[in-house]
Structure formats: structure tokens, C-alpha cells
Write a protein that binds this ligand. Structure first.
Ligand code: HEM
Length: 860
């Protein structure tokens, strides 16, 4: 019923819009409105793909949107007002904005994004921890997508908190375990204690049998890739050097990222710059990823070491060894080695049958997320007992972080250095002591110090309040004595430390959601969408917002029709926003409650349902998928040289060009203390970051020394490693990846070229050049249309997709199926306006960024 209400409201708005404006596209708007909104797909192969019908495209974006429907790229980017100023139609605005062409464009884009999210939630959840069979088959008469707790999420017998949560019986977190964010991330969902905690398997967003394509485990994969794939096939260093290296106009002034003597400002390393994003933003995301996921344990992978390529390339589509001259020319290193990725399981996964089809119960191999998956600032506060030992508290006030060595021009100090007695990896020597110290950079030093200071400032503010009103209610409660009021005077240092963690992690989530992301995806629909995640789409309409909140939590969250509930839960949550969904509980109808001064909030700490309020895992326990790590492999963001400025002298003057490589690991810490936080802040804040595109990877990262390796070169090419790691982790290649995520495939490398570019423009010529290199590196093959390559999607005419991708049988086609995702996403030249990242990457964020909020009771 609620779904039809939604259809009705939307159709009414569109119809009204159509009636209000006698524009040329009136007929199309009417046709589209009368046809109703499209149905959410029942089958994976029938999903939306970001492509709309012709009349819808015309209604929302006029002829331009219609003309670009044939491309593989999402349609909403061509709607009215979804791009820069030139994308706006001239016409009415003000209170009728939703009815105008521009309003239809932006609203249409938001609707498309919501459809994508609904279908992503419906089709892309694949848990790797043993619950997938239940998700498909259901359990105890409950539909799989409505399951809310799982045995696999119980604490095991040897867990220190096993008895506290209920041991062998029903497990329910309570007392101290529900009060704050726990160190290892257990008990966020009080009925699924293990969920999201350190060491849980990475999930997947793609069907299990599409993972690890190199293994050729089934007919579809073999048809898709022939025998063309392997860990080092195509050669990762050849890909790195040909497709990812930054070209230099003055190599002598760059010196492979080493710059010039004395950090001379005359140095220059060319890099393509994103016009609207600074280097601080690059390190922000490195700082975030260290909170969310890590494959490495204490900075290490597995014990065995493997080669990294620089051995073969394609000649006339045949793999041929590189000659010494070619190696020299490419500037790659055949003797580089790296430690193998750690695997948690690689035994054969069990299979089960449903609806006559065989399903794998998990991916062919499993890796673990070594940190908590929660947005809990674990990079600062710790994610296990070892990392917590690196977190130093101030002996003078243990509610605070220890900060030392304040500079004369600053009132607060810096995190202390790691000591030999701290758990550490040799290459971290000389760095700041913090929970997650790996791949340390000047940017990480900046953020760890900033948020340690922020934590301490919160404590100062709290203590100030406590000093003035020591006997007032502090607002804190102890779940073991829920009715007992804790006065300011009685708040312990430990309680205050943990309360500060809650505040700091929420601040970080808010900055990321409504400041960093709208800048990364700089256009109107995404600005509104991201703010909707936080405040709700209806923040200016609290009445409707509250009504939707009630519908979502009380009705849809508990609906028997689970798939439907899951789909619409996310829709309605965009009304009130995900944050605070479960903060209040009212007995009365929220519409009337709004006008009732006597209404009471029934939320109670004693009620487990209230404590867990507002969360929804959509039938699949939350963890990040392996594919999420892939789309955060964003190394091209980092410049090779930092343009150093001084905040208090003339900040317009670039005083030095400091090689980034001189500001990693312990050198970051020295540089931070020497120059001070403010100077690094203005320097990184004034410098543009690197555009995420081909041939824009930092030179210093292609030549990074890694002393722990003991390899002949002692160096690695991080761009090549990004490719190797994804292959080790079994990430499907680019085209199947897009099909799995509900985006259109590409039929050739040429489709990477931005279709909006003029025929003879220099940009088109450059993209054609890069496409030529893609073809040279990944090659071509004679296609065979009898080979079906996927079941994720169908051709537009309903036929199965085959090896020829629409080209004539037996013709030479591009090996577009083999492209590694990290390469493909950099090659996506056609992007929505203001997108620093590609539409494929954003598709993942739509699902996973929302999910990490929906699943976390501290946010809901
Ligand atoms: C000076 C800066 C940086 C250095 C020295 C660095 C170095 C590295 C290295 C050596 C690895 C490989 C670890 C392994 O698999 O063995 C890695 C992984 C990674 N890096 Fe960076 N990186 C830097 C900046 C960034 C930035 C700005 C991002 C942006 C998000 C980023 C995202 C990642 C991700 C997502 C991984 C994979 C982590 C995992 O598998 O758990 N890095 N980095």
C-alpha cells in the first residue's frame, strides 16, 4: 500500500509538472507519468542499469538526454541541471522548482539513484561468513532477506566476552558491552555480537561464481576470458608503466618524484589535477580507509613472496617475453617481489540447490578484514588489544590522548613517537604512536594529530561544564543501572574517553558524508542525495519526515514481505535520513504526535529493541565487500611533490617543492613536527590533488622502497600491486564487474571515449591515444558467438550476451572483458559533471556507504 502511495505521489507531481508547463516535452512527461514509475526488477537480468525510456529521458533532459541514451553510461548525468550551469534549462524556478525542467532533471536523477540503491540492496549482497544459503533459502519460515540475526554472528566459545553475552544460550549484548563502541567492534548489533568486528571475512557484492575469474572455475568464466588471465597475466608492471605512468615534460626537474636538491621550488613533476579538490582531500580518504578495512595484519601479508611481473607483453595478441631493451625502455623491474596476500580459506566452497540452480555458499577464497568494519575511528582508538597498546593516554588526564612537544606558535602538541616497547613493524620506527600506523604519510600525520586534538578539546569542554555544574545530570547512563543519573562529578576518565570517541567518530562520519563526498561528486543531485543520508530529503518538512520515519521503522522494518521491506526501507529512509532513525519511539501516530505537546518519547535503555533501533542489515550481515577495497585504490590522487607554503608568512608563495617520498613513514612525523600542522594544512589545502585517470599514477609510488621485503630490489610498484592484489582477491574484471553492479557493459575500448566530446577536439584525440594503448596491452581475440559469457544481464533484445558483444561472429574484438577494474575505472573518461571518481565507483558507494550507516546502531 505504501509503495502505491509513493507511486501515486510521484506520478501526481510529474503530471502536475506536465500540466503546468506547456513545453515541447509535455507529451513525453505525460506519457512517462501515465506509464507510472518503473517496477523494481524481479530478476537480476531485468534490472534498471541506469537507463531510462526515451520519453522519460526527454521529460527530464530534453533532446540531449535522448541522444546520449545509446551510450553505456548512466542517463541521469544528461538531465536538466544535473551538470554545470550550461545543463540548466531556462525557465521557472522558486516554489515551482520541482515542476520545472530543472526540477524534473534533478528529481529524476535522485529517483534514478534511489532505484539503483534499491536494486543494489536487492541483488548485490553476498555474505562470505556462512549465511548466504539462509539468505537464499530463508530460515524457519522467514524469508532470507528478512532475517535479522544469525548463528554465524555469535561469539565463539574462546571469545573473552562469550559468557557475558549469554554463552551457549541466546546471545544478547548488554551492560558495558552496549555502552560505547567496543575495541574489537563486537556488540554494535546487540543480537549479532560478532558482526563487523575485527577479523570477520570481507563480504562480496558480486555473485560468488564470478569471483576469481583467473581460476576458470565455470563455463561462463572460461567463455568470458579464454586462457588469457592469470595472477601476472596480462603483466601488471607492463600495465603500470604503459597505462598508468605520469608523463613528464621536464624529467630532469622531477627525477622520478625525487625533485631537486634543497627541495628547490624550481622542481616540477607534472600531474593531471582535479579542478575542485585538494591534496588534504586525498589524504582524508586514506585516513578513512584505515578506519574501514585492511587486508594486512600489523602491516604484513602472508609469509610467501611472489614476483610482480615485468616479464611479458603482447605481440600480435600473443604473450611474448620482454627483451632487456624493452625492460629498460619500460623502466620496470623484473626482480621486484611482494609478500602474498593472506587468505583465511581456500578450500572448496559447499554448494546448494535452489529453484533448480546451483549456488556456491561463499566465494572460492576468503580474506579477512583485520580492522573493525564500523565507522568508529578505529585507526585512532584501536581495533584489537595489540593496536590499543599503541594508543597513548595522557597520565595527567587519562580521558585525553597524550600530546607532546607543542610548538611555540601552537597551543596543542603532537602525538608521541612509537617506543621500542610498543608492538610494531620495523618500518614504522620514528612515527607517531597510533592504532593504525601503516603506509604512514604526511596527510595521515595531519589527520591523526588533528583528531587527537579534537578529542582533547571535547574533553576540555566537558570538564569545563563539569566544573561549573558538578552535580547536574551529565546525560551519560550506565546500562547496568539505567535509572541512575550520572552527574558530571561522577563521570570517570574512562567513560569520558569513550564518550569522546563516540563524538569524534560521528564528527568524522558527518564530515565525510556531507562535506567530503559532495565535493568529490560535485553536482546538485549528489549534493542533495548525500545530505539526505544525513538530514533526510525532507529536512525542511519535518511533519512528513516524521511520518515516513514511523512508516519505515515500525512497518517496513518488520514487514513479512521482506524483499519489499528492504527495498522500500531505503526509499523511506531518504525521507528522515538514516542518522537517528531509531532515536525516538512514540506510541501515538506521528502525524498527530507532531501537534501534541504532551507526546512522550518512549525510548528506553532497558529495551533491547530500542537500543538496536533503526538498524537494517537487509538479510545479510554487514561487512565491506572485497570490491569496496578495489574502488578505494586511489593512489593517483597523490602528487609527487608537495608545494610547501607558510601559513603566517606569505601563503601565496610556494617556498619549497618537497618530494612526497620525503614525507612518508617516520619522515612524515619529523616533517610534521618541524614545519607544524598549520603550514602543512595550508600547503596541502592549497594544492590540487591528482585526477583519477590513466597515466596519472605517482612516480614515487611506482618506485617505493619497502625495507621489510628483503627482496633483490627492495622496491615495489604500488600501481602494479593494486592490480595484483585485486587478482589475488578474485575481483571480477571490469565488464562483468559493471554487469554485476547493474551498469551497462562496454562492447569495445572505444566506448571509453567520452561521447560528448567534439569530433576534432584535443581531448578526444588524447582519449583515442589512450584507448590505443589499452588495446595494445590487453589485446584482441577472434570472437565466438556460441559462447555465452554472463547471466547477470541480457542484450537489449532479450538474447544472451556472448563473446562477440554484438560484433559479427568470428571478428576480432577487444579483450574488454579482461580489463582490471582499477584500470577500467581510470579509463572512464565519461563522467557525470563534477565527479572526481567514475560512475562505476559511485555505484559501489551507493550501496556500501548507505549500508554502513543502516547497520550501525550508533548512527541510527
Ligand atoms: C604516501 C601515500 C601512500 C602510500 C605510501 C601508500 C602505500 C600503499 C601500499 C604499499 C599498499 C599495499 C599494501 C599491500 O597490499 O601489501 C597500499 C594499499 C592501499 N592503499 Fe595506499 N598508499 C598511499 C596513499 C593512499 C591513498 C591516498 C589512498 C586513498 C584511498 C590509498 C588507498 C589504498 C588502499 C585502498 C589500499 C589497499 C589496502 C588493503 O588491501 O587493505 N593509499 N598503499
Amino acid at each position: 500500500m505504501k509503495a502505491s502511495l509513493f507511486y501515486f505521489l510521484t506520478a501526481t507531481v510529474i503530471l502536475f509538472a506536465a500540466c503546468s508547463f506547456q513545453t515541447a516535452d509535455l507529451r513525453d512527461c505525460t506519457t512517462y507519468a501515465l506509464g507510472g514509475l518503473r517496477k523494481v526488477a524481479d530478476e537480476r537480468s531485468g534490472r534498471f542499469l541506469g537507463k531510462v525510456e526515451e520519453d522519460t529521458a526527454r521529460c527530464r533532459g530534453g533532446d540531449k538526454a535522448v541522444a546520449l541514451r545509446y551510450t553505456p553510461w548512466i542517463d541521469w548525468q544528461n538531465y536538466w541541471a544535473a551538470g554545470d550551469g550550461t545543463s540548466k534549462a531556462r525557465g521557472p524556478s522558486g516554489q515551482h522548482i520541482h515542476l520545472s525542467p530543472n526540477g524534473r532533471g534533478v528529481d529524476g536523477a535522485l529517483l534514478d539513484l534511489e532505484y539503483e540503491r534499491i536494486e543494489l540492496i536487492k541483488f548485490n549482497l553476498f555474505d562470505n561468513s556462512g549465511t548466504y544459503e539462509q539468505y537464499i533459502l530463508g530460515r524457519g519460515g522467514v524469508d532470507g532477506a528478512a532475517l535479522k540475526s544469525w548463528d554465524e554472528m555469535r561469539l565463539p566459545k574462546d571469545h573473552p566476552a562469550y559468557i557475558s553475552v549469554g554463552g551457549d544460550g541466546l546471545q544478547l549484548c548488554q551492560g558495558e558491552l552496549i555502552r560505547f563502541r567496543t575495541l574489537s567492534g563486537i556488540c554494535n548489533d546487540i543480537r549479532n555480537p560478532l558482526m563487523g568486528s575485527s577479523g570477520q571475512p570481507f563480504a562480496r557484492n558480486v555473485e560468488f561464481d564470478t569471483t576469481f575469474p583467473d581460476l576458470g572455475k565455470n563455463e561462463l568464466v572460461k567463455n568470458r576470458h579464454g586462457d588469457r588471465l592469470g595472477l601476472l597475466k596480462p603483466d601488471p608492471q607492463v600495465i603500470s608503466r604503459k597505462l598508468l605512468t605520469r608523463a613528464q615534460s621536464e624529467p630532469g626537474k622531477c627525477q622520478n618524484g625525487q625533485g631537486l636538491a634543497g627541495y628547490s621550488a624550481a622542481a616540477n613533476c607534472d600531474y593531471q589535477k582535479a579542478p575542485f579538490f585538494n591534496t588534504l582531500a586525498a589524504f582524508w580518504i586514506q585516513f578513512m580507509t584505515h578506519d574501514w578495512f585492511s587486508h594486512l595484519e600489523e602491516g604484513r601479508n602472508g609469509a610467501e613472496s611472489i614476483g610482480m611481473g615485468c616479464a611479458k607483453h603482447l605481440v600480435n595478441n600473443n604473450e611474448t617475453p620482454l627483451t632487456p631493451e624493452q625492460i629498460h625502455q619500460l623502466n620496470c623491474r623484473p626482480d621486484d617481489r611482494i609478500d602474498k596476500s593472506q587468505l583465511a580459506r581456500e578450500d572448496r566452497p559447499a554448494a546448494f540447490i535452489y529453484g533448480g540452480k546451483e549456488y556456491l555458499s561463499r566465494a572460492h577464497k576468503i580474506t579477512q578484514n583485520k580492522v573493525t568494519a564500523w565507522w568508529d575511528a578505529s585507526q585512532l582508538y584501536g581495533f584489537d588489544p595489540i593496536s590499543r597498546r599503541r594508543v597513548k593516554r595522557d597520565p595527567a588526564d587519562p580521558a585525553k590522548f597524550l600530546l607532546v612537544n607543542a610548538r611555540a606558535d601552537e597551543s596543542m602538541g603532537y602525538l608521541p613517537l612509537l617506543q621500542p616497547s610498543d608492538p610494531m613493524n620495523l618500518q614504522w620506527a620514528g612515527q607517531e604512536a597510533t592504532a593504525f600506523p601503516d603506509n604512514w604519510s604526511i596527510g595521515l600525520s595531519f589527520y591523526h594529530n588533528v583528531f587527537a586534538r579534537e578529542h582533547n578539546l571535547f574533553v576540555d569542554a566537558f570538564r569545563k561544564e563539569a566544573a561549573t555544574t558538578p552535580d547536574e545530570d551529565s546525560g551519560l547512563r550506565d546500562p547496568t543501572r539505567p535509572d541512575h543519573v550520572i552527574t558530571y562529578r561522577n563521570v570517570t576518565a574512562d567513560e569520558l574517553f569513550e564518550a569522546a570517541r563516540l563524538v569524534v567518530s560521528a564528527e568524522i562520519a558527518k564530515i565525510h558524508t556531507i562535506e567530503w563526498t559532495p565535493q568529490l561528486l560535485y553536482n546538485e543531485p549528489l549534493y542533495l542525495g548525500m545530505n539526505a543520508n544525513w538530514h533526510g530529503l525532507l529536512k525542511d518538512s519535518p511533519l512528513l519526515s516524521k511520518a515516513l520515519e514511523k512508516i519505515v521503522v515500525n512497518n517496513f522494518g518488520a514487514s513479512e514481505d521482506a524483499k519489499q521491506a528492504g527495498q522500500w526501507y531505503s526509499v523511506f529512509a531518504s525521507g528522515p535520513g538514516i542518522f537517528g532513525l531509531g532515536n525516538h519511539v512514540y506510541a501515538d501516530n506521528p502525524l498527530f504526535a507532531k501537534f501534541d505537546p504532551e507526546k512522550t518519547d518512549l525510548w528506553e535503555l532497558k529495551n533491547p529493541d530500542h537500543v538496536n533501533g533503526g538498524i537494517n542489515h537487509f538479510g545479510s550481515p554487514f561487512n565491506f565487500p572485497e570490491e569496496f577495497v578495489t574502488v578505494y585504490r586511489l593512489h593517483p590522487l597523490v602528487p609527487d611533490l608537495i608545494e610547501f607554503r607558510e601559513a603566517r608568512a606569505d601563503p601565496n608563495l610556494i617556498r619549497y617543492k618537497i618530494p612526497m617520498v620525503e614525507t612518508v613513514r617516520g619522515k612524515a612525523t619529523q616533517a610534521m613536527r618541524r614545519q607544524g600542522l598549520a603550514n602543512w594544512g595550508i600547503s596541502m589545502g592549497r594544492q590540487r590533488l591528482g585526477l583519477l585517470t590513466l597515466q596519472n599514477s605517482p612516480l614515487f609510488l611506482q618506485n617505493l622502497s619497502l625495507p621489510r621485503l628483503n627482496s633483490p630490489t627492495g622496491r615495489i610498484d604500488v600501481a602494479a600491486l593494486d592490480i595484483i592484489r585485486d587478482r589475488e582477491h578474485g575481483v571480477p574484471r571490469f565488464n562483468e564487474f559493471r554487469r554485476q553492479y547493474g551498469l551497462k557493459q562496454l562492447a569495445s575500448f572505444d566506448e571509453f571515449i567520452d561521447p560528448r566530446l567534439r569530433k576534432n577536439s584535443p581531448e578526444r584525440a588524447e582519449q583515442q591515444r589512450l584507448v590505443g594503448i589499452l588495446r595494445e596491452v590487453y589485446g584482441q581475440h577472434k570472437c565466438d558467438q556460441s559462447k555465452i559469457i554472463t547471466t547477470a544481464q541480457l542484450n537489449d533484445d532479450g538474447s544472451k550476451i556472448n563473446d562477440c558483444l554484438g560484433h559479427p561472429n568470428g571478428s576480432l574484438v577487444d579483450n574488454i572483458e579482461d580489463v582490471d577494474v582499477v584500470v577500467g575505472m581510470l579509463a572512464e573518461f565519461a563522467r557525470p559533471h563534477g565527479f572526481a571518481i567514475s560512475e562505476t565507483q559511485v555505484q559501489l558507494f551507493l550501496l556500501n556507504a548507505s549500508r554502513r550507516l543502516f547497520s550501525d546502531r550508533f548512527f541510527t
